[in-house]
Design a protein around this ligand. Structure first.
Ligand SMILES: Cc1cc2nc3c(=O)[nH]c(=O)nc-3n(C[C@H](O)[C@H](O)[C@H](O)COP(=O)(O)OP(=O)(O)OC[C@H]3O[C@@H](n4cnc5c(N)ncnc54)[C@H](O)[C@@H]3O)c2cc1C
Ligand code: FES
Length: 289
């Protein structure tokens, strides 16, 4: 019998969840990334199959008794058996999610939203530009590109954080370099012994070698960083419709019903969160954005 409480299981054993009904997932691993950020691995409790998702999609994570918030999937799209999320504790709900210990449950809905069009960069240069926690929604792009590195003419990650100790996935950055990703890191503020670059992410765009006519960019981070990075890319000659960005808005339903995430004519949960910069350009000229 069909039930709104049961997941829709696809023939391959994986499934999407019923959009409005949280399903229980157990925290199987919890790793501290920085002072306020944790990565959680979640395994399904109420089903056997995993969750298929595209890079850039998000889930609604529900901390029982605290609330529900949108969080991008930061794991490998080829590992549908588990969900991986990197969460920064900025308020009551995100802090409750970060505190959830291995063995405890979270409610999960999704996946939702549009995805990074990684295939558009095949035969071209994938330029991945991340600021702070913005590397989390972009990590699936890195995994996708590195799983078929020879299909891309070039692959570069430009990553900026506020301070060295706030950088995510530090151990993985070196591994990605060894597998063919050009990685440049910068921080806003650094102690004298910091061997790397100091400055904001858009300054890396100016210094990086790539053919703008053959580049496809994926940009995620705080909105000011997105705007200045997109303008720097376009200033170098990348076409505005080849600059893809991910937008954040508060969300409730995540399925285009409640209007909470509305931004001009777009519902960020349904039409986004990934948009071309060209499509969102007008929104960046509005003062409250
Ligand atoms: C599509 C999408 C994907 C997202 N992916 C991730 C992700 O992968 N990892 C992650 O950590 N977060 C992600 N976020 C942001 C996350 O949803 C918010 O941080 C969360 O909703 C905050 O809820 P809260 O109840 O904990 O805090 P609130 O009570 O809502 O906010 C507490 C304080 O933090 C401020 N605040 C709220 N959100 C942010 C923010 N994003 N950055 C800085 N300050 C903020 C508020 O203005 C307020 O002052 C995503 C958001 C969207 C829309
Ligand atoms: S969150 Fe309800 S319409 Fe987007």
């Amino acid at each position: 019998m069909e039930s709104a409480l049961l997941p829709e299981v696809q023939p391959g054993g994986t499934s999407t969840l019923r959009p409005m009904v949280p399903e229980r997932f157990r925290v199987s691993e919890r790793r501290q990334e920085t002072a306020d950020t944790w990565t959680l691995e979640l395994e399904p409790v109420d089903r056997t199959g995993g969750i298929e998702f595209e890079p850039g999609q998000f889930m609604m994570l529900y901390a029982f008794g605290a609330g529900e918030v949108p969080i991008s999937i930061s794991g490998d799209p080829r590992r549908a058996d588990r969900l991986v999320h990197t969460v920064r504790a900025v308020g009551a709900t995100s802090a409750a999610i970060c505190r959830t210990q291995p063995g405890r449950m979270l409610g999960v809905r999704g996946p939702f939203g549009s995805n990074w069009p990684v295939e558009e960069a095949e035969g071209r240069h994938a330029v991945i530009v991340a600021g702070g926690i913005g590397l989390a929604p972009l990590r699936p792009v890195v995994y996708e590109v590195l799983s078929a590195r020879d299909r891309f003419a070039g692959a570069t990650l430009l990553y900026g954080g506020r301070q060295p100790e706030q950088l995510l996935y530090v151990d993985e950055l070196e591994e990605w370099r060894e597998r063919g990703l050009e990685v440049a890191v910068t921080v806003d503020i650094a102690p004298a012994e910091w061997p790397g670059r100091v400055g904001v992410v858009p300054t890396l765009i100016e210094r990086t070698r790539f053919d703008p006519a053959a580049a496809v960019a994926f940009v995620c981070g705080p909105e000011a960083m997105i705007r200045f990075s997109a303008e720097a890319l376009i200033g170098r000659g990348v076409a505005p419709d080849r600059v893809h960005i991910s937008m954040e808005r508060n969300m409730k339903c995540a399925v285009g019903h409640c209007g909470r995430c509305q931004l001009g004519p777009e519902f960020v949960c349904r039409d986004g969160p990934v948009f071309t910069f060209e499509r969102m350009r007008a929104a960046f000229t509005v003062r409250e954005v």
